[in-house]
Every structure is written in structure tokens, then in C-alpha cells.
Design a binder for this molecule. Structure first.
Ligand SMILES: Cc1cc2nc3c(=O)[nH]c(=O)nc-3n(C[C@H](O)[C@H](O)[C@H](O)COP(=O)(O)OP(=O)(O)OC[C@H]3O[C@@H](n4cnc5c(N)ncnc54)[C@H](O)[C@@H]3O)c2cc1C
Length: 431
């Protein structure tokens, strides 16, 4: 079987990784519109990775954009520079991901205004952190990506302003009990939070940005980072495979599109969102990676269903570790799901553990008040207990109830964990 993979980022790479181990697959063509080495972060080891791929039957087409797809003939057209060529496939995996949403505002094209398109933007921005000419940074978007970028610029002594129409940072991940604490730590660190205000204009001089104006204020800027989300990279697939109303590729539980020989994974696709059992786009690398592995392994025959996702995420930022999975009170409200919650704080270790070793964990459990099915959770601490959230992610996948987790067996060890885990405590508090 000859397979083509379009897209060289996380979902594409994990697809290829599974395809080379799939005995049904004889050869693979892998296309990436950008620079594969940059997208993959291979750096100086690029030649080594490319030669290993060639030995495994993978032909890499770097800086090559797939522009046309013809399912009827199982073929596509790819363009490198000025030349185009046709390729055929038995099975195709679309992993074309997402593109940054740009703000169509006056001044958006000024030098120094940068939309975060991709995870590889982290490498570009790391260089800007060291740039002594940048003294004022305005970040538009207080989601987890905006907040994540605020920290290194703040630590490098730049003045950072974060502007968002929302009234709390990381508001799509965390309810206000938690996000207010992230906001307080940001402010204490010297970040200006301009929340509850929309950006109206980027102001410039001699072609370079100098300030950002919102409806409430004007903030000086040598660099503007726009991190307001992304949209599926699928415009060219209109009329070729079924897309939803937002242009996202619809997939079934086997990762197949409306054409059974074309699979799709990652940011460009819908996936089953377990807490509400609806098809949503979940823009997370964890989803993209697992989807890629799954598609590469099972594309030959639809024998196994992908289990779905709960949108599990974690971040260390401004002195706090937080993690979240499934529904929050806010996202439940938006989706119309009726939820109840319990909120507890519990020590990491026993109360008599030395204070220098101990820490408080704040934990919020979200559940269905009728069925008592676990639907989500959030946690926040000064120490890294973010992996606790994976327990709840698994509970959501297994459709477990509050009672299933209430007395669940979690380890106790005086130097590592308290006898009653904070997850048990939260379930107990839900009664
Ligand atoms: C700054 C930042 C940090 C992030 N950190 C995390 C994190 O810590 N954890 C997490 O879970 N998620 C994180 N994410 C989200 C994560 O990066 C995305 O969910 C993930 O990259 C999606 O992978 P993907 O392969 O589906 O698509 P993408 O990463 O969007 O890649 C798609 C690729 O396809 C290529 N392509 C598109 N169209 C074509 C075409 N027609 N022909 C050829 N090639 C094409 C593009 O050039 C691109 O390289 C972060 C995102 C950003 C922006």
C-alpha cells in the first residue's frame, strides 16, 4: 500500500512514525509546505533524520505544498517553487493543521506585529527575548499561549502588557477561582493586564509598530504578539471532503473523512469530545500526536475506534502549575451542559510534613448532577502535580462516576503524597 501524508508537524510526524512500522505499507510520500527541519525542531540533526526516513521508505517533499486533491483518481498535485507534479496514493492522511487567526485591524501589517501561527514560533520568539531593542511587548490574547509568551519577556526585563476581551487570563482552560490567581501572580511580576478590552488598532511609525490601542487605553509596543487562536488549514479542501460549518474536516471514529481512503488527524479535524459526546476541534498536540499514531496504524482496515479526547492540558506559568481536563463551569455553560462542582484544597503531604516539602493543591471537580458522571477537573499548585489530571482524563474516558473515584486506590508515601489524595477529597466533597 502506498500512503501519502500531507503536513509535517506533530500529527503528520506521528502518522509517518506509525506507517513505517505498519507491515501493510510499502512506501510513503510525506509533504510539508514549510521547512520540515524547522517544524520538527531537528536543528543540526536534520540530515540524520532525513537519511533515516529515506531508509525506512519515506520520501520527504520539503517546501512543497499540496494544492489539489482528486479522490476519484486517488491523486494529488504538489507544488515546489515554480514546478508542479502529480502523485498517486492508495491511502492519504491529511494532517494540515491550523493557521493563526489574524486580526484585520488597522496597522496589522506593520513590522513587529507577529501572529503566532505555529509551535515553532517559540524558537523565533526566544531570539526576540534576547533583543535589547525590544523594551515594550504587547501580547494580544490572554489564553494559555499568550500567557506562556508573557513570562520569558517579563523575566528578561521587558515591560509586558497582555490585552484580551475576556476578563481573566487562560479563561478557556480555567474557572475564575484559578485564573484569578494566575492574574494576581502576573500583575505582581510586573505584567500589565488590560483585560475586558478589545484591541482596535496597531499604531506605527516608519512602518514599525510603536503602540497598541484598545477601547480603553494605548500601550507602547516594540513587539506585538497576536495569539488569538487558530483555524483549520482546510480552505483548499472545500468540496473534496466534508467540512463542518467552521471548515473543519469531519472524521469518524476511525479517523476517516467522507472519503474512506482519506483519513484526517490533528488540528484540521473534528474529534469526539468525550465529556459531551460531540464532534469538536481540539487544538492540542496531544490530540494530534495520538490521532497520527492511530491513523498510521489502523488505516488499512477500520477494526478499532479511536477513544476520543477530553482536551487535557497543563502549564507552568508565573510560579503556578495548573492542569485541566474536560468541561469547566464556563465551557459547560457555553455548551449547555448542566454540571455541578466541588472545590477542595488539600495538602500534598501529611499535615505534619516539613513546610518546605509540603504544598497546597487546589482541585475542582466537574460532574453531571444527575448521572454523577465525572466530566472535568482543574488543579492549581505551587508544585508540579499536573499529572494528577490524567487520572480524571481517564475517568472521563471510562465514563466513571464521582462514586467510582471517591475511594479509588491512590498511593500514600510520606515524602510523596498524603494518605487521602486530593482527587479522593474532591469526590468526597461532591457528596
Ligand atoms: C506556541 C504554541 C505552543 C503550543 N504548545 C502546546 C503544548 O504544550 N501542548 C499541546 O498539547 N499543544 C500545544 N500547542 C498546540 C499544538 O501545537 C497543535 O495542536 C499541534 O501543532 C497540531 O498539530 P498538527 O500536526 O495537527 O498541525 P500543525 O502543527 O498546524 O501543522 C500542520 C502542518 O501542515 C503543513 N501544511 C498545511 N497545509 C499543507 C499543504 N497543503 N501541503 C503541505 N503541507 C501543508 C503546515 O505547513 C504545517 O507544518 C501549541 C501551539 C502553539 C502555537
Amino acid at each position: 500500500m502506498h500512503v501519502i501524508v500531507i503536513g509535517g508537524s506533530i500529527s503528520g510526524a506521528e502518522s509517518v512514525r506509525a506507517l513505517v512500522d505498519n507491515p501493510e505499507v510499502t512506501s510513503i510520500d510525506w509533504f510539508e509546505a514549510g521547512d520540515l527541519a524547522l517544524v520538527q525542531g531537528w536543528g543540526a540533526n536534520a540530515a540524520m533524520h532525513l537519511s533515516a526516513l529515506a531508509q525506512q521508505g519515506v520520501t520527504v517533499h520539503n517546501q512543497t505544498t499540496v494544492t489539489q486533491l482528486n479522490p476519484a483518481t486517488h491523486s494529488l498535485t504538489a507544488t515546489t517553487g515554480a514546478s508542479s507534479q502529480d502523485y498517486s496514493y492508495d491511502k492519504l492522511i491529511l494532517s494540515t493543521g491550523s493557521a493563526a487567526i489574524e486580526l484585520p485591524l488597522p496597522g496589522a501589517k506593520l513590522d513587529g506585529v507577529m501572529s503566532i501561527a505555529h509551535r515553532s514560533s517559540i524558537f523565533t520568539l526566544k531570539k526576540q527575548v534576547q533583543n535589547p531593542d525590544i523594551k515594550n511587548v504587547v501580547i494580544v490574547g490572554a489564553g494559555y499561549i499568550g500567557v506562556m509568551f508573557a513570562e520569558p519577556f517579563n523575566q528578561a526585563g521587558k515591560h509586558v502588557t497582555v490585552v484580551d476581551i475576556a476578563d481573566q487570563p487562560v479563561a478557556t482552560n480555567l474557572d475564575s477561582e484559578f485564573s484569578s490567581q494566575i492574574a494576581a501572580n502576573m500583575t505582581e511580576s510586573g505584567v500589565t493586564l488590560a483585560l475586558g478590552e478589545g484591541v482596535q488598532e496597531f499604531i506605527g511609525q516608519d512602518g514599525h509598530v510603536t503602540a497598541v490601542r484598545s477601547e480603553k487605553g494605548t500601550y507602547p509596543a516594540d513587539l506585538v504578539i497576536v495569539a488569538v487562536g487558530n483555524r483549520a488549514n482546510t480552505a483548499w479542501l472545500q468540496g473534496i471532503v466534508d467540512l463542518d460549518s467552521r471548515g473543519v474536516v469531519k472524521t469518524d471514529a476511525y479517523m476517516r473523512t467522507s472519503d474512506p481512503d482519506i483519513l484526517a488527524v490533528g488540528d484540521a479535524t473534528t474529534v469526539n469530545y468525550l465529556p459531551t459526546d460531540t464532534e469538536l476541534r481540539i487544538s492540542l498536540a496531544s490530540n494530534a500526536a495520538r490521532g497520527g499514531r492511530f491513523a498510521g496504524r489502523y488505516l488499512g482496515a477500520p477494526t478499532r475506534k479511536f477513544p476520543g479526547v477530553s482536551g487535557t492540558s497543563a502549564l507552568e506559568v508565573f510560579g503556578k502549575f495548573f492542569a485541566a481536563t474536560g468541561l469547566s463551569t464556563v465551557t459547560a455553560g457555553k455548551s449547555g451542559a448542566a454540571v455541578a462542582s466541588s472545590f477542595v484544597t488539600a495538602p500534598l503531604l501529611m499535615a505534619d510534613a516539613p513546610a518546605t516539602m509540603n504544598a497546597e493543591i487546589q482541585f475542582k471537580l466537574i460532574y453531571d448532577p444527575t448521572s454523577r458522571r465525572v466530566l472535568g477537573a482543574q488543579l492549581l499548585s505551587d508544585v508540579n502535580v499536573t499529572a494528577y489530571i490524567n487520572v480524571v482524563a481517564l475517568a472521563i474516558q471510562a465514563k466513571m462516576t464521582v462514586e467510582d473515584l471517591e475511594y479509588a486506590d491512590f498511593f500514600f508515601q510520606p515524602s510523596l503524597a498524603a494518605p487521602i489524595n486530593v482527587i479522593n477529597e474532591a469526590e468526597l466533597a461532591a457528596n
